[in-house]
Each structure stands twice: as structure tokens, then as C-alpha cells.
Design a protein around this ligand. Structure first.
Ligand SMILES: Cc1cc2nc3c(=O)[nH]c(=O)nc-3n(C[C@H](O)[C@H](O)[C@H](O)COP(=O)(O)OP(=O)(O)OC[C@H]3O[C@@H](n4cnc5c(N)ncnc54)[C@H](O)[C@@H]3O)c2cc1C
Length: 464
């Protein structure tokens, strides 16, 4: 199949956000107001924080301020893999916090259970399916690594089933697979935009005041708390939670720890019954291949395939621009890889193509902190795995703001910060060198060159 032909009619916008379920925006903030808690950011981080603040204490006066529209950014345009992991996978967590990894794995599973319970409790129609994730190997070295990972996971009480090529192909059929591993409990599939809109409605129903198209320009210390300055009004809040993702941070210190990385995805038209039968996929797992430059893919409720990943693009200088959300070169590459993986789907068309920004930090998993005398808390840096973990981060922020010491706040993972990225232009040079080295490793049986090994030793990395 000619990838260009398959892409011809694809709309240049995120599939999930292109939906009739998209609600009308809440009004902007005009004038001044007060709040016990002001949440900045209307992605998953902010929405979970506002919702759980009201669940913890219904009498709390909570305001949420979103600069654009609820869920417009990463939260409404991602792959919709809600993962249990809080550490960007067991291997990363084990390397950084070996004494905590077992606790972190169990906390992550509980967090994912609670996401499922919340979806049911509020009747959020987001296609939530706890199908797990199928990690597929397309090279023998990837399968060897899977056997090692499964062994480690078993020792931590987590079940990963390693499968040979026949068993994997009985699940999802691609001639490129040499084996795989099914992580049955650790992942749920969902429609991320409908989750964000459902959380928004749940917040409104519990009395959270949401202001959209209301960017917070700055945070100012005042005697009774903090003032959040917006274009047409100010919120005077006793406590503030920042769920602002990768955007121009309101706390200057955060910019040393975060880089914006663009990730891209395609959505196909719905598969016919025959096309679906040719792939199998009866258990509807999310799928990810095990290369360093990996693809992730999944079925939607109406049996389209979302196909994303591989290229993780850092634009020099860390620039964020709307035009970066489209990248022809990447879409053609992704389409080619799609038809190599599923040659039986030749003729299938893509209906949507889009990109989004990942808030990448050097430890690949979120970090947390406080400022302004403990009155402001933040959780950022999810590095492409925030659909599930943002709810955990929201709980950390609420724990911190309450002044309580909890099982979460006492974790070393929560107390420590990642290593900052070096300043520009060294930052850009280092990241491009790392991307080049990662691509080389995939061509070289996963073998990491001196540059990657040095970064590994320093605990510094780059990922999407
Ligand atoms: C293409 C793509 C695919 C992905 N796939 C997956 C996946 O399958 N699984 C997974 O776990 N993760 C995935 N991710 C990552 C995941 O989407 C994010 O980790 C998660 O959505 C982060 O949520 P957030 O609320 O912290 O940030 P965001 O969703 O970026 O939300 C931040 C919000 O804050 C607002 N904001 C920022 N500054 C201000 C301000 N000063 N005033 C007011 N508002 C402000 C922004 O407008 C934005 O709405 C993917 C990301 C992308 C881009």
C-alpha cells in the first residue's frame, strides 16, 4: 500500500478531540474571586486534583483555571493507554528506586483500579477497557530482554506472560512478531478526550468552578495566600496546585527539568469485520513494540487502529509551535511501518493525523514539589506516561497541600528531583545526540553506545 495514498484524506487534527461529545467551554474569569484551592491546568493533572479535592472535602471551595480548553493538550490527544506504572515501567523504577519498586508497583495498580472505579461511579462514557498491554518483539534481542523483565516482574509479584511468535500472533497477527509478553493487569484502554470531558462534568457536579480560556500569567505571594493573575481577573487562593504540563512554567525553576518532545499519531478508518478478523485482536490489548524507538497501537471502540510513536522530536531551543503538530516526514514513516506490520490491511485509509507534546524529564517519570512556603504544589514530567499516573500525582499534590505526611509523600521517588537538563545550546546538542544513538541501538541488537552508557551511569536520559 502506498503510504501517501493512505494519508491523502487524513484530517490534520487529533481524532479524539474531533468529536460531537466535546462540551461547550465554561466562561472566562472576569473580575476577582477567592478560593480555598485554585488548580491551574485543565488536563488530567488539574482535573484529577480538583475532583479529588472535592471528594476529600466537599466543603472546600475549588476553582480550576485552564488557559485554553479542557483537555485540548496532551490529555485529549494521547494514545489512551492508562498504565498502572508510576515509574515509566518497572525497569526504570527498579534502577532508580530499587527499595521502593514493589510498593510503587502496588500503588500504581491501586491507582489504576481507582481510575476504573471513578469512571464507573460518575458514569463516564470513555470506552474504558482493562485489557492490559501486549509488548511485542520484532527482533530476537527484544525477546531476550523480555524474558529478563518477566523474571524481575515475577519476583516483584507482577505477572507478565512471555509468549513465542505463534502465541503472540494468535493474539494479534503480524508477520513482524518474533514473540511478546502480555502484561495483563497493568493497563487499560480509554478515550482520553472523553475521560477529560467526563472528569470536567464530575468536577462541575461536585461544585468546582471551572474557568476556560483563562491563562494564569503569574503567581504572587500575598498575606492570606497566593494571588493568581489572569488577563481579566485575579484569584486569591489559600492553596494552589499546578498541573500545567510542559507549558511555560509559572515556577521558573521547573524549566530546568522539562523539555517539550513532540510525539505523533495516526488513526485509521474503522476496520470491516473481515479486516479485523485478519488481525485477530480478540482481547483488544494495547500493543507496544519493544524497540527503543517504539510504536504503540490499539483499537478504538468502533475498531479503528490508533498507530503512534517512533519519532520523538525535540525542536532545537525547546520551541513549542502549533505548526509542529504536523510533520509529513513522520506521518509517511508511520504509515509505512503500519503496512509493514499489518500487510493484510493494505487499502485501509487514515482519517486523522496529529502530534502533541510530551513533558519529558530526565528520569522519565513525574516529579513533585512545593514552593511559596508550602502553599503551592506541582506534579509534572510524566514523559509520555501520564494518563494513569496523573491521578497519583494529583493525590501527591493534595497530600502536600494538606501538610500531611502520607505513604505517598514519604516515598523517595516523591522527595527526589530529576537531574536538570543542561542549558541551551548544549541541551539541544545532547538531546539530538541521544536520539541518534537510540536509533543506532535499535539497528545494533539494542547495544547502547558510549554516549548512552554514560548517560545511564549518570541517571540522565531522554525518552518519550
Ligand atoms: C501524542 C501523545 C501520546 C501519548 N500517549 C500516552 C499514552 O498512551 N499513555 C500515557 O500514559 N500517556 C500518554 N501521553 C502522555 C499523556 O498524555 C500526558 O502525560 C498527560 O496527559 C499529562 O497531563 P497533564 O494534565 O499533566 O498535562 P496537559 O494535558 O498538557 O495539560 C496541561 C494543561 O495546563 C494548561 N496550562 C498550562 N499553563 C497554564 C497556565 N499558566 N494557565 C492556565 N492553564 C495552563 C494547558 O493549557 C493544558 O490544558 C501521550 C502524549 C502525547 C502528546
Amino acid at each position: 500500500m502506498d503510504p501517501l495514498k493512505a494519508l491523502t484524506d487524513a484530517e490534520r487534527k487529533p481524532y479524539w478531540l474531533d468529536s460531537t461529545a466535546k462540551p461547550e467551554p465554561q466562561a472566562r474569569l472576569f473580575g476577582n474571586t477567592t478560593a480555598d484551592l485554585a488548580v491551574v491546568g485543565g488536563g488530567f493533572s488539574g482535573l484529577w486534583t480538583a475532583l479529588m479535592a472535592k471528594e476529600r472535602d466537599p466543603s472546600l471551595d475549588v476553582v480550576l483555571l485552564e488557559g485554553r480548553r479542557i483537555g485540548w493538550a496532551a490529555s485529549g490527544r494521547n494514545g489512551g493507554f492508562a498504565m498502572a506504572t508510576l515509574t515509566h515501567g518497572i525497569a526504570n523504577g527498579l534502577e532508580r528506586w530499587p527499595e521502593e519498586i514493589s510498593t510503587l508497583e502496588h500503588m500504581g495498580l491501586r491507582n489504576l483500579d481507582e481510575i476504573g472505579e471513578t469512571v464507573t461511579r460518575y458514569g463516564i462514557d470513555c470506552g474504558y477497557e482493562r485489557t492490559g498491554e501486549l509488548h511485542v518483539a520484532t527482533e530476537p534481542w527484544q525477546l531476550e530482554e523480555m524474558h529478563e523483565s518477566a523474571q524481575v516482574a515475577r519476583e516483584l509479584g507482577v505477572r507478565f506472560d512471555v509468549m513465542d511468535a505463534d502465541r503472540v500472533r494468535a493474539e494479534v497477527d503480524s508477520p513482524t512478531y518474533v514473540g511478546g509478553m502480555w502484561e495483563r493487569d497493568g493497563c487499560a484502554m480509554l478515550d482520553p478526550a472523553r475521560l477529560a470531558w467526563g472528569l470536567r462534568q464530575a468536577c462541575l457536579d461536585l461544585g468546582v468552578r471551572i474557568y476556560e480560556r483563562t491563562p494564569v500569567r503569574s503567581v504572587k505571594d500575598v498575606p492570606a495566600g497566593l494571588d493568581l493573575l489572569t488577563p481579566y481577573g485575579t484569584v486569591k487562593a489559600a492553596r494552589v496546585a499546578l498541573g500545567t504540563g510542559v507549558f511555560q512554567p509559572l515556577l521558573r525553576r521547573l524549566k530546568h527539568f522539562l523539555v517539550p518532545v513532540y510525539d505523533y499519531a495516526l488513526m485509521t478508518e474503522p476496520l470491516s469485520a473481515e479486516q479485523l478478523a485478519s488481525v485477530g485482536w480478540h482481547n483488544r490489548q494495547g500493543v507496544g513494540d519493544a524497540a527503543n524507538q517504539f510504536h504503540y497501537y490499539r483499537l478504538t471502540q468502533d475498531n479503528r487502529i490508533l498507530w503512534g510513536g517512533y519519532d520523538a522530536v525535540y525542536y532545537n531551543g525547546g520551541k513549542i509551535k502549533p505548526e509542529y503538530e504536523q510533520r509529513d516526514e513522520t506521518f509517511v514513516k508511520l504509515a509505512e511501518h503500519f503496512f509493514t506490520t499489518f500487510p493484510q490491511l493494505s487499502g485501509l485509509r487514515f482519517t486523522h493525523r496529529w502530534g502533541g507534546i510530551i513533558d519529558t524529564c530526565s528520569r522519565f517519570s513525574a516529579f513533585y514539589g512545593q514552593s511559596h512556603g508550602g502553599r503551592l504544589a506541582y506534579a509534572v514530567g510524566y514523559t509520555g506516561m501520564g494518563v494513569g499516573a496523573t491521578r497519583f500525582g494529583a493525590n501527591v499534590m493534595l497530600d502536600m497541600l494538606s501538610g500531611e505526611r502520607t505513604e505517598r509523600t514519604e516515598l523517595r521517588m516523591v522527595k527526589e528531583k530529576p537531574i536538570p537538563f543542561p542549558p541551551e545550546p548544549i541541551r539541544s546538542a545532547g538531546i539530538q545526540m541521544t536520539r541518534w544513538s537510540i536509533a543506532r541501538a535499535d539497528l545494533n541488537q539494542g547495544r547502547r553506545n558510549l554516549w548512552l552508557r554514560t548517560l545511564d551511569r549518570m541517571g540522565l536520559g531522554f525518552d518519550s
